[in-house]
Design a protein around this ligand. Structure first.
Ligand SMILES: [Zn+2]
Length: 194
């Protein structure tokens, strides 16, 4: 699925073991702010199909390869994906994800030096039926001073009492639409509980 033009170019980064989480992507050369580094590739599936695929995953496994494109489509980096899936989360990231024409790209938000680990904020969406230990499961170990301790967004589950009004019960589609607006990567937790 990698396009020929990008594979002919010298790579911006290589994948190796990371102290943050599993494998990580590390800059091989200086990457200027604004550079479009890589497209997040993988099989494009429905949210329902993504749920089905990750149903059997261990619910304490915080690896997630799902990327929300919109309320209809999820990119599964675990199938036909590329090395973009190894870019880790950080609370003080040097990259961001950009959705353009239903494709996802990772771009540098500041100039990155050779050897630096690439990262972006996953901003995993919260759901009412997340398990109570969801922040531990998706704990962030980025080590930055501004680390919020979790890959989820917002940083804390909102206090029910503090809500000005109770929103109308959302349909599954509306919930996904809202999630797609606030999140980039998607947790598979809900799907993992039988
Ligand atoms: Zn962090």
């Amino acid at each position: 699925m990698a396009n020929a033009r990008s594979s002919r170019r010298a790579p911006w980064f290589k994948v190796r073991k990371s102290s943050v989480h599993g494998m990580g992507a590390f800059a091989l050369r200086r990457i200027r702010k604004g550079t479009r580094i890589v497209e997040y590739l993988g099989e494009r599936v429905s949210h329902e199909e993504a749920d089905r695929r990750y149903e059997i995953k261990n619910e304490n496994d915080s690896h997630t390869f799902l990327f929300v494109v919109d309320s209809k489509t999820v990119i599964d980096g675990g199938t036909a994906g590329n090395e973009a899936r190894f870019i880790n989360h950080s609370c003080d990231p040097n990259c961001e994800s950009v959705i353009e024409s239903k494709r996802v790209f990772i771009e540098a938000v500041r100039t990155i030096q050779p050897g630096e680990e690439l990262s972006y904020d996953y901003q995993l969406g919260r759901d009412d039926d997340d398990p109570p230990n969801v922040d531990q499961i998706y704990a962030c170990r980025c080590g930055h001073a501004s680390c919020r301790g979790t890959m989820l967004w917002p940083p804390k589950r909102p206090q029910r009492a503090a809500r000005p009004r109770k929103p109308a019960r959302k349909t599954a589609a509306a919930k996904r639409e809202a999630a797609a607006k606030r999140s980039t990567r998607r947790a598979h937790l809900k799907a993992s509980r039988r």
